[in-house]
Design a binder for this molecule. Sequence first.
Ligand SMILES: [Zn+2]
Length: 538
Amino acid sequence: MSTNRLAAITVLCTIAIISAVLLVHFEPWERAPSAEVCTITTIPSPLGGGSISPAEGSYESGNRVILTATAASGYVFEHWDGDASGSSNPLIITMNSNKTVTAHFRLMPPSANLTVHFIDVGQGDSILLDIGDTELLIDGGDKSPGVVNYISQYVDGPLEVMVATHPHADHIGGLIGVLNDFEVDEIWLNGETSTSQTYSQFMSAVNSEGADVYIARRGDTIHAGNLTFSVLSPVSLGSDTNDNSIVLSLSYGQVGFLFTGDAEQEAEASMLSAGIVPDVDILKVGHHGSRTASSLQFLHAAKPEVAIYMAGVGNSYGHPHQETICNLREVGADIYGPDAHGTIIITTDGATYSILPSNNVPSVDCLPTITYDLTIGVNGQGSTSPGAGTYEYDTGAEATVSASPASGWNFDHWSGDVSGTSPTITIIMDSDKDITAYFGRIPVTELEIVSVTSTVSPGAYATLRARAPPGAQCTITIYYKSGPSTAQGLYSKQADTNGDVSWTWKVGTRTTPGSWRIVVTATYEGQTVSQETYFTVS
Ligand SMILES: [Zn+2]
């Protein structure tokens, strides 16, 4: 953040006035053009920090103009430069030429240290902000362990502001004891109700407190002493209690904080699309470090240097999740959490900050994902799904591979790092795996005579049906007493795509009755097999 802000004022004279000045030098005094004017134009500072008055005006040449620099809230006037110098304010200038004057402002350092306590309440949120005799408490953790003992070390007089981000027990439970034991001036709620006993106890404590109670919505500001918080969320209540959390940003001097309650990625997306995610130094990580919050896009906008997730030792949710820690590492944040560090205290003077404890190793860290290669090979004719090649899987992933034989081939088995004969296998990827699908040719010995006309009279027709490997070249020979038949139709045929092949022929009228041998052959990829049968002519 820049510490200097400028406001510039340009004093412009017209060409006619410059002529008039020349006339002063070369003409008699009586002819001095006392009616000529200079025009002052204020250029509004684009950066803020302060302004100069008068904003605009016209002055006769030779007149004195009083310029006053006014600092904006949080800034102080420092000095003038340009065609004037020094730090006197107001500044008097005499309009004897064109002038450009700049007022410099700087950020006013906060007068006191702010301490922010991220209190170890186990699995829950409780954050105390303390500056001088002003204290603000965001959430109170669960009913036990309670935060009364801890905050009583720091709260002087009343607790100025209490914020309950949303009505879950790990946020409002401990606030019941705080309301019972402390005088609270102002209470901010998200307005959501709950059927829980904790909520009804909390609300009866709120109602009997006599504090001013407000419902926080985006655009609201919360004041506590010199601190001003901006409410960034919620816009309105939705169905998800976590996403209804009050989200607060605070700038203390140049140090920015973002307190997110249990807001998750839906609330983050709303703040992102509204363009209101501030660039902060310290982020209270959403929803105890759950992977349902802290999207990388949100973290890239907030750019935290320090991230604090509020998770308890051994919590049943597995918070903080490794994905969240990886995202926080990705944006370069130092990561703290009460499960690893106990209560974490940040102290800032508005320019720099310090953090205790100094060790920032979280309870969970981002480990690189281990991947393994699955290499699939094919032996014989067939394919696999996924196809032959090498694939990467996360450790522990299940890889399913199927084998499909080509026409005329059978799947036979898997070999390599897995074995088996089922065409579909599932492999647990706990190391690199190399597997091969073996396909075998369908043996031609599968030639089968399916049927033949059993008894035929001379002069009638007979049919033989066979099944062979699809595409096999097949022959049929009928051996009568007189030798092989020469009947029409007994020529070589190719089995169709189903492997079916059949012949129909006419038995000659002079064929000798009897039982005659029929031989069928199939030739496929260089191998020939044969089968025989008999049929009767009578
Ligand atoms: Zn929570």
